[in-house]
Design a protein around this ligand. Structure first.
Ligand SMILES: Cc1cc2nc3c(=O)[nH]c(=O)nc-3n(C[C@H](O)[C@H](O)[C@H](O)COP(=O)(O)OP(=O)(O)OC[C@H]3O[C@@H](n4cnc5c(N)ncnc54)[C@H](O)[C@@H]3O)c2cc1C
Length: 456
């Protein structure tokens, strides 16, 4: 269905100096400090169309903001206009059809809470304050992905406001090409004002994390690789190299010290959970910290929120890897040990399962055969010199570059056109370019990991 008319803006327009302006321009990454000329806080799709019309008439650059977690801060611009979707917070769960219609200002914590009231969930991000919008449009990798695919694989319909202000309802029957592009092509094709997801039954989850002293990282990484290689899709597994917090559950001699851990979640038969997770407790001897148990799904989804609070200044480097040989594991352990900020960390996530069931040309997210994803996060205190932690993150990332088979668009910094291309195989990028040329030939939506339209 398509609606074309001249809409009126009924939301809130914030300009510099207005009450609430400074809060509204803040994004998750504390390193980003931009001052838009206008922040158009929208209440519905008509407001979005009106805001885009205003930007067009006044020749303003446009940024689109969902949850505000874009790592390079694409959702806020200097000068220009932010289409701010944060007030669009509705979640409608239909347990009978196992679907949910979710507005773009919703974060995963809010969506999970609403869906879990019915014992349901869909794959989403692992930090509960991350937005559903940007995460889904770039792919969406989380605890449930080996079992039920990416967030974008569970997107079954959307409402989109196009660059010229049309409000379009799309699904695989009405515009399969746009649906293909929304499943991994980022915010390049329009402003999504409603996401319809497929939901799955998800009960309490056997899982958690075990930690060993940091010097045992090479062994922990090998266990991660070897368990992951044979794990059924019901098991989700991440190797983590972090700094132990000064928390009561941490033995005193490990507080503030590097630790290497295995984080896991089991979505199969709950009675099997303890057996499946037992190698985490036994294969390397008794862990120094054992936080395995059975968690409500929402608790699992919030379990690492404290590691990435709002306002954290961070630089992220990430790649998909096909394989992890011993040399790569050793170099990851060695580099991780060189981080200097306690919040800097290195993650390696096992992919596969339902992610790889989907053929590579079925969605714009195409790196489906990758076995692992690295996430290297360099952190510094806002206001301090970021150079050494950014350099550390880049060196750590470079140490496994030889094994990279692509990259995740949602984990890119502002790294230039060549890196955006790495997020997509050549044929995928060509199809994305054609879709962009059809829907946004003037590249209105360019404040993002941009797919430029064809010239002329
Ligand atoms: C702390 C943290 C944890 C993360 N954890 C995960 C994880 O577990 N799994 C994972 O896959 N990724 C994860 N990511 C990466 C995350 O997927 C991206 O940062 C994602 O873009 C965030 O979406 P957002 O809506 O919060 O961000 P925003 O900054 O609001 O938007 C991100 C991009 O999407 C565009 N966009 C946003 N909303 C819309 C819309 N409605 N229509 C069109 N375009 C839109 C924006 O313009 C921008 O380019 C994480 C990031 C952070 C910072």
């Amino acid at each position: 269905m398509t609606t074309t008319r001249m809409p009126t803006f009924t939301g809130t327009l914030l300009t510099p100096g207005a009450p609430g302006y400074d809060d509204a321009r803040r994004v998750w990454n504390g390193a980003i400090d931009r001052r838009p000329a206008f922040i158009a806080r929208c209440r519905h799709a008509d407001d979005v169309a009106a805001a885009l019309g205003f930007a067009r008439r006044h020749d303003l650059a446009v940024a689109v903001r969902g949850g505000g977690h874009s790592i390079p801060g694409w959702s806020v611009c200097d000068g220009g206009l932010v289409v701010d979707l944060t007030a669009m917070k509705e979640v409608r769960v239909d347990p009978s059809s196992r679907t949910a219609v979710v507005q773009p200002g919703v974060n995963w914590g809010e969506f999970d809470a609403a869906a879990q009231q019915h014992g349901l969930a869909t794959p989403g991000g692992e930090i509960s304050h991350t937005g559903i919008a940007g995460l889904t449009l770039g792919g969406g990798i989380g605890w449930l992905s080996r079992m039920h695919g990416l967030a974008c694989d569970n997107l079954i319909a959307a409402e989109v406001v196009t660059a010229d202000g049309e409000i379009v309802g799309v699904d695989d029957a009405t515009d399969p090409d746009l649906m293909w592009g929304l499943r991994g092509g980022g915010g390049n094709f329009g402003v999504v004002t409603s996401f319809t997801y497929r939901l799955h039954e998800v009960g309490p989850v056997p899982g958690g994390v075990v930690f060993f002293p940091g010097e045992r990282a090479p062994e922990v990484l090998r266990l991660y690789r070897d368990l992951g290689a044979v794990a059924p899709r019901e098991l989700s597994l991440v190797a983590v190299q972090v700094t132990a917090p000064p928390a009561p559950f941490v033995p005193e001699d490990l507080r503030g010290r590097p630790v290497a851990g295995l984080s896991a979640a089991w979505f199969g038969d709950p009675d099997e959970g303890e057996r499946v997770l037992s190698p985490l407790r036994a294969a390397l001897g008794r862990p120094a910290i054992d936080l395995l148990g059975v968690l409500p799904y929402c608790a699992l989804q919030q379990s690492v929120d404290a590691s990435a609070p709002w306002g954290m200044a961070a630089h992220v480097k990430s790649d998909f890897l096909d394989e992890l040989d011993d040399a790569a594991l050793d170099t990851l352990a060695e580099h991780a040990a060189q981080r200097s900020h306690p919040a800097s960390h290195v993650l390696v996530r096992r992919l596969g399962g339902a992610i790889a069931d989907v053929s590579s040309d079925a969605t714009a997210f195409a790196h489906r055969r990758a076995a692992h994803m690295t996430t290297i996060v360099g952190v510094w205190d806002p206001g301090s010199d970021p150079a050494s932690e950014i350099d550390w993150a880049r060196r750590t990332w470079a140490s496994t570059r030889r094994l990279a088979c692509g990259t995740y668009v949602n984990h890119l910094e502002d790294e230039g056109a060549a890196r955006v291309r790495e997020a997509y195989p050549v044929a995928t990028f060509e199809r994305l370019t054609a879709l962009k040329t059809r829907l946004d030939p003037a590249n209105v939506f360019r404040h993002n990991q941009n797919i430029p339209p064809s010239a002329g």
